[in-house]
Design a protein around this ligand. Structure first.
Ligand code: Q9C
Ligand code: ZN
Length: 684
């Protein structure tokens, strides 16, 4: 299996800068690159990457996206006088030229291509290119927004041409709309372009109606352009994660890309003067992680914007560390999306419902007066107030530096019966617990029977939980005779080990003992099953009933992305307990996807309990726990209509309690509109 992360960087790309005064362009400085690279070196991340040399893109490469006239014009810039450069610059918007920028632009595009080569040939699994100039604004015949050549668009065409890649997903998390990428692929169904961007009802640069949610692509490409306009500044981690869970991921999984390219701009992070958003650098660990199980893990991130040097380098480090496979940090303050984000979410989902079966049952688009098209009159006044605040310097974004992420010395520990072989790369784990604990275990779980195998397994399990809490072991797997008993044992010992919130995700019809369903929020149980359950109104026990159990991959994926993931994020567990009973009907691929996605929670502390009889699944599970990307599920068919309706109904009902399940801003009965601190009975 391919592992390894490529890092592409060449300090030649720092050797151009703005040579005249221009308040718009002054933020695009060479230090953006040096600071990012130095931070990677300092954090010990650069040395863990495979360093891949940068090359110049050839004319042929550039012509994959740009016109000959434009290329020829740019080719002349190295020989221009300062005056000529200024004049040349004037024909484009928000960009500057320099005698060395053509050279750097060739290196930036070439770096993206070297990265694609490294990933596609299997030399590495994924990687990041630190480049200047950025690319996503530049168009076939024009520079724009600090961009000269469209690095990522060129990379997408190159991957298709050279490697026969059929479907490419481009995720543009930069705070600006990559209109250049959109125009390049708007009629092309083989490239799915997703972008979120500061929009403010077209008041923000590049001020295009083309950036709105209703630009879904043209002709054959209809449905393959996904725009999420942010109509307010100050978007937070919750807003970003909710768009991933409810828009990008469902569509991306249905699309099933062979390669993922990221327009990795970090001006969408807190502190950035352009974006004015409030998402913290650690959110990029999660965005990255959530994309890492698509396309068999083939992910290429290419730097775009990012103008606050501090938040830029912190965000770059979060991204690269996640690409390297370290579990993401506990996500901070996910208090649900804001109303404006929900309006955008709703608009995008309804604009795309005719193209994607995962969105088929989305409610009608909001009526015109709540439409994001409408520019609120009240906003004018606020605008002025904001300007005044800015000028007086009243608001300065402040955030804590992300904590250093240290991966535990042992990644995966397995508790297996003697006869079952331990997969490569994992450690077989057995430990005897404290005699007092063993005594207690025997008393509680085994009554008077003297099943020494069961007792050994249970004491190993409790020791494993302990080691996970102490961060000595990241995750684990146990193959046990009785998953119900083991679940109860883990829940009890998690509590003793101060793991105060356990997210139990149960696949199959195993009976979860009632002691594991707690009203106080110390456990949250989600159970996939094929049988309708009577208990429907419990906040911390959520039965997910699918018609054919877990054998319908589409329905399962829809539930995993749109329900399990947001619930898990909002619950913010200290341990994820994934329970699989025999005969669940779930295929290995979908199971690996679930296992992979859930490792974004609880700092990667996932414990998998599998029932004896599931031996064949030990290998695939272990590989996912070790951080190997799950195999792609292939393009997903439409899920069963009954399942879609049931899941949608469940989501609507639960969104009164779980804000990350909301997808519309329309008031619903029982909906809490304001943050209510008493909502959580549990302390964090
Ligand atoms: N304050 C990239 O991030 N100026 N380009 C906008 C509004 C253009 C940004 C002016 C910003 C271009 C790659
Ligand atoms: Zn940007």
């Amino acid at each position: 299996m391919k592992m390894g992360t490529a890092l592409l960087y060449d300090d030649e790309m720092t050797r151009y800068k703005l040579l005249w005064t221009d308040p718009v362009c002054k933020i695009e400085v060479p230090e953006r690159l040096t600071v990012s690279h130095e931070a990677l070196v300092k954090a010990g991340l650069a040395e863990r990457c495979v360093s891949v040399p940068v090359r110049e893109a050839t004319d042929a490469d550039i012509l994959l996206v740009h016109s000959e006239e434009y290329l020829e014009a740019v080719k002349k810039t190295p020989y221009m006088t300062l005056e000529d450069l200024m004049e040349f610059t004037l024909q484009y918007g928000d960009v500057y030229f320099h005698p060395n920028i053509y050279h750097c632009a060739k290196l930036a595009a070439g770096a993206a291509l070297q990265l694609v080569d490294s990933v596609m040939t299997g030399r590495v699994r994924n990687g990041m290119a630190l480049v200047r100039p950025p690319g996503h604004h530049s168009m076939r015949g024009a520079a724009s927004g600090f961009c000269v050549f469209n690095n990522v668009a060129i990379a997408a065409r190159y991957a298709k041409q050279k490697y026969g890649v059929e479907r490419v997903l481009i995720v543009d998390w930069d705070v600006h709309h990559g209109q250049g990428v959109q125009y390049c692929f708007e009629d092309d169904p083989s490239v799915l372009y997703f972008s979120w961007h500061r929009y403010e009802h077209q008041k923000f640069w590049p001020n295009l109606p083309d950036s709105d949610y209703d630009c879904v692509g043209k002709e054959k490409g209809a449905g393959f352009n996904v725009n999420v306009p942010w109509n307010k500044v100050g978007m937070k981690n919750s807003d970003y994660l909710s768009v991933f869970c409810h828009v990008l991921l469902p569509i991306a999984y249905e699309f099933s890309p062979d390669l993922v390219l990221v327009c990795a701009g970090f001006d969408s992070a807190i502190g950035d003067p352009e974006g004015e958003m409030c998402a913290t650098p650690d959110v990029f660990a999660h965005l990255t992680h959530l994309l890492m199980n698509l396309a068999g893990g083939k992910l290429c991130a290419v730097l775009e914007g990012g103008y606050n040097l501090t938040s830029l380098h912190q965000s770059v480090c979060q991204t690269v560390q996640t690409l390297l496979g370290d579990p993401p940090p506990q996500p901070a303050n996910l208090d649900g999306p804001c109303v404006s984000a929900l309006e955008s979410l709703h608009c995008v989902r309804s604009a795309h419902r005719e193209y994607w079966s995962c969105l088929k049952h989305e409610a009608d688009p909001p009526t015109s007066d709540v439409s994001t098209k409408a520019i609120e009159l009240a906003a004018e006044g606020k605008e002025k107030q904001k300007k005044a605040e800015e000028e007086s310097g009243a608001e300065v974004a402040a955030w804590l530096e992300p904590l250093k992420r240290t991966a535990p010395p042992v990644r995966s520990a397995l508790v297996l019966p003697d006869g079952v072989a331990c997969p490569e790369g994992c450690a077989r784990f057995s430990a005897s617990a404290d005699p007092a604990i063993v005594h207690k275990l025997r008393e509680t779980f085994l009554k008077d029977s003297d099943d020494s195998d069961a007792l050994t397994a249970l004491s190993s399990l409790t020791a494993l939980v302990q080691k996970m809490e102490q961060n000595e072991i990241c995750n684990g797997l146990a193959l046990v005779r009785d998953v119900s008993m083991a679940t109860m044992c883990v829940v009890q010992h998690a509590e003793a080990a101060h793991l105060d919130r356990v997210f139990i995700v149960c696949v199959g019809d195993a009976v979860v003992p009632s002691q594991c369903r707690r009203d106080d929020g110390t456990t949250l149980l989600v159970q996939f099953s094929s049988e309708e359950s009577e208990e429907q109104q419990h906040r911390f026990y959520i039965p997910l009933c699918l018609k054919k159990g877990c054998s319908d991959v589409s329905g399962f994926t829809q539930a995993a992305l749109g329900l399990v993931l947001p619930l898990g994020y909002e619950y913010d567990p200290s341990l994820v307990l994934l329970v699989r009973s025999a005969g669940s009907g779930l295929c290995d691929g979908a199971w690996q996807q679930l296992t992979g996605l859930l490792q974004g929670l609880a700092q990667g502390h996932t414990l998998v309990l599998m029932e004896e009889g599931e031996e064949a699944c030990v290998g695939p599970t272990a590989s996912s726990l070790l951080g190997v990307a799950a195999a792609s599920l292939g393009s997903l068919r439409a899920p069963l209509q009954d399942d879609v309706k049931a899941l949608e109904g469940l989501r609507r009902r639960l969104q009164a309690d779980w804000k990350l399940l909301q997808t519309t801003a329309a008031p619903e009965p029982g909906r809490k509109t304001e943050a209510d601190p008493a909502r959580f009975l549990i302390k964090k």
